[in-house]
Design a protein around this ligand. Structure first.
Ligand SMILES: [Zn+2]
Length: 442
């Protein structure tokens, strides 16, 4: 089979297992070194014409000087991937980058080496044509996105130090999403305009411990269990944020007939729509409020020993409109037990909402319509976290969108098994970045 040049480039990068880890000692840094060398080999014009600053351990920040630096643009992606669960039933080797059924299979094809190569290839092509962008274009490729590392933070610091205030930032997140909503046929060009914040707390109850033959009532484990149940039974108030209202308004004409009036009038019917989303299941409920998931639990290490300390970790996704301090106050009130300590382990606020009615958003939107005429572009609230959240400190227009068609199955394969990208979809993604760069405002 004849493989086109950009496809071979993506295959080459997918075959290098750049798995990040929170513990830097467990990272195969040689793999990252190889990836950077390979990237340089594959995109010679880019390295020749753009100015490179290294950020973090293996992050890359490039500046492509444009005709103007008034409205700089940052295109983001990340070089690292999540690990592969050896017992997961991958149909094709996860680092093989094999082509089957018109798709390239492997870890990172969608998340996020597809974007790395598509952005780099678009730049490489434009350079080959002697093109100069109307505005400065920065490429920010992190190397530790999957472990909430520092490469993107350093990229932001570098830009700040140089007095660069981006006009527009685009990172992974949304996609040309097929089967995005039940009953809606056309794919949605889902553009993330904000993302939930990730915060984690630990609940802890301390006691005397002792021998399991003489238990007292209401020991640490029982108290902790009661606290967990109370949190489970006291969800945060639900509502529908403005981007979701706009999403529904845009999807309404394509929805099943009985749903159309509700979606078209989402603004006015917010309370009813909120109740419907909460009732429809955990995924749609998560669109309406801050969520709590009790994830880790620990008590006594032995069957015949009473725990002297019982602990539970709660992973919290903070909805736009709530703050971490609102959430902690809610937890304290819901638990209502002073003996349950609440310690914040990590703290992340929801990102500010980027505008979805201005020139930058319309540029993304119209480029989607041009390349994917079948899709309905729309803003949405992202549930997961991306590196782009760090850029909200220096740019009011941060959008999360990868220009690839992704079916529901493909979206579910991200961070799971059988991750793959359609060859044609990947090639169209390159065109999308190219058109976007060509259309930057003068
Ligand atoms: Zn990613």
């Amino acid at each position: 089979m004849v493989v086109s040049e950009p496809v071979a480039k993506l295959q080459a990068l997918v075959r290098i297992p750049t798995v990040s880890d929170r513990d830097q000692a467990l990272v195969d840094t040689a793999a990252f070194d190889r990836l950077l060398a390979e990237h340089e080999r594959l995109f010679p014009r880019l390295y020749d014409a753009l100015e490179l600053t290294r950020v973090g351990s293996h992050g890359l920040l490039f500046r492509w000087a444009g005709a103007s630096d008034d409205q700089p643009v940052v295109l983001m992606a990340h070089l690292d991937v999540v690990p592969v669960d050896e017992s997961a039933p991958w149909q094709h080797p996860p680092f093989g980058a094999e082509i089957h059924d018109g798709a390239i299979w492997g870890r990172g094809t969608l998340d996020d080496k597809g974007c790395v190569v598509a952005i780099s290839e678009a730049v490489e092509r434009l350079l080959a044509q002697g093109f100069t962008p109307a505005q400065d274009v920065w490429l920010s490729f992190g190397s530790d996105e999957e472990v909430s590392g520092t490469a993107a933070v350093e990229a932001v610091a570098e830009l700040t130090g140089r007095g660069v205030e981006p006009w527009l930032v685009i990172d992974e997140g949304g996609a040309i999403a097929g089967q995005a909503f039940p009953g809606i046929k056309p794919p949605v060009g889902a553009i993330g305009v904000t993302e939930k914040g990730t915060t984690s707390v630990e609940l802890r109850v301390d006691g005397r411990g002792g021998h399991a033959s003489t238990p007292a009532r209401n020991g640490p484990t029982a108290r902790l269990a009661r606290a967990i149940l109370k949190v489970d039974r006291a969800p945060m108030p639900a509502s529908i944020p403005a981007p979701t209202v706009e999403l529904f308004r845009r999807l309404a004409p394509h929805a099943p007939r009985p749903l159309r009036p509700l979606m078209a009038n989402a603004e006015r019917l917010r309370p009813a729509l909120t109740r419907a989303l909460v009732a429809a299941g955990p995924e749609s409920a998560a669109m309406t409020r801050t969520t709590f998931a009790t994830t880790t639990l620990s008590g006594s290490p032995a069957l015949n020993v009473i725990a002297s300390s019982a602990r539970a970790g709660i992973n919290i996704r903070v909805m736009v409109g709530d703050t971490v301090s609102d959430v902690i106050a809610h937890l304290r009130k819901a638990i209502g037990d002073k003996q349950v300590e609440i310690e914040i382990l990590e703290q992340g606020e929801a990102s500010p909402v980027s505008p979805f009615d201005d020139e930058a958003f319309r540029l993304i939107e119209s480029t989607i319509v041009e390349l994917f005429p079948e899709a309905i572009p729309a803003p949405y609230v992202m549930m997961a976290a991306t590196d782009s959240r760090h850029f909200t400190a220096i740019c009011p227009r941060v959008y999360r969108f990868a220009p690839f068609r992704m079916s529901q199955a493909q979206r579910q394969a991200i961070h799971s098994y059988d991750e793959h990208i359609g060859v044609d979809d990947f090639l169209l993604g390159i065109d999308w970045y190219q058109r976007l760069i060509e259309r930057l405002p003068t």
